[in-house]
Design a protein around this ligand. Structure first.
Ligand code: GDP
Length: 189
């Protein structure tokens, strides 16, 4: 994963019901407008995708099959708007917590989510902190260093993306899958 902030040895095994099925659920959270929908749409056109299915119009959930290292996995992405209070309604295998680098308020929302996941839900599931919209270079408000430090504080992976330019979106998808598998079976990778 393109991040140097996190220590994989901190991750311990805790098999979930999805362990043997190769079916993983991922919650995408973050403030409105940070690019969650755009990221999820990009996943659907990833070069690693082997097939996908999108729910009906009033259903934002998205499923796709990804083929990485000759192994097929089905991933379901749940695009969750700002409803922190019901985070625990979603039993998931991993979280994407996204913010926009040009919006410091969205960074505060992301930090609050990290706090909630780790210290209210007490979840040790993998979290990827995603700094999106890095194409907006001149409007950038949150530095790499600042975001990386927060990722480290909450034992998350960190990646910078531009969903608009499809920059590092495949890396996010593959890195996410790797973190999920590592969590479920630390000996396997
Ligand atoms: P959501 O509310 O988090 O689902 O955000 P959306 O995916 O709907 O994106 C909000 C707006 O930001 C849309 O106009 C997107 O086109 C735009 N957007 C999303 N990702 C990026 C990005 O990486 N760079 C830029 N410049 N705009 C983006």
């Amino acid at each position: 994963f393109p991040s140097d902030n996190s220590d994989d040895s901190a991750i311990t095994c805790s098999c979930s019901s999805s362990c043997s099925s190769g079916y993983y659920r991922v919650l995408i959270i973050g403030a409105n407008g940070v690019g969650k929908t755009t990221l999820a749409k990009r996943f659907m056109t990833s070069e690693y995708m082997s097939s996908f299915e999108i729910g009906n119009d009033d259903d934002d959930d998205k499923m796709l099959s990804v083929l990485v290292d000759d192994e097929e996995s089905t991933m379901e992405f749940i695009d969750h708007s700002e409803h922190e209070e019901d985070l625990d309604r979603f039993p998931v295998d991993a979280y994407i917590v996204a913010f926009s680098v040009h919006d410091s308020d969205s960074f505060e929302v992301a930090k609050q989510y990290l706090q909630n996941i780790r210290f209210e839900l007490f979840s040790d599931r993998p979290i990827i902190l995603v700094a999106n919209k890095v194409d907006l270079v001149r409007k950038r408000q949150i530095s790499t260093e600042e975001a990386r430090q927060i990722a480290k504080d909450y034992d998350c992976k960190y990646i910078e993306t531009s969903a608009a330019l499809n920059h590092k979106v495949d890396e996010l998808l593959v890195g996410l899958l790797k973190q999920i598998k590592l969590k479920l079976n630390p000996e396997a990778i």
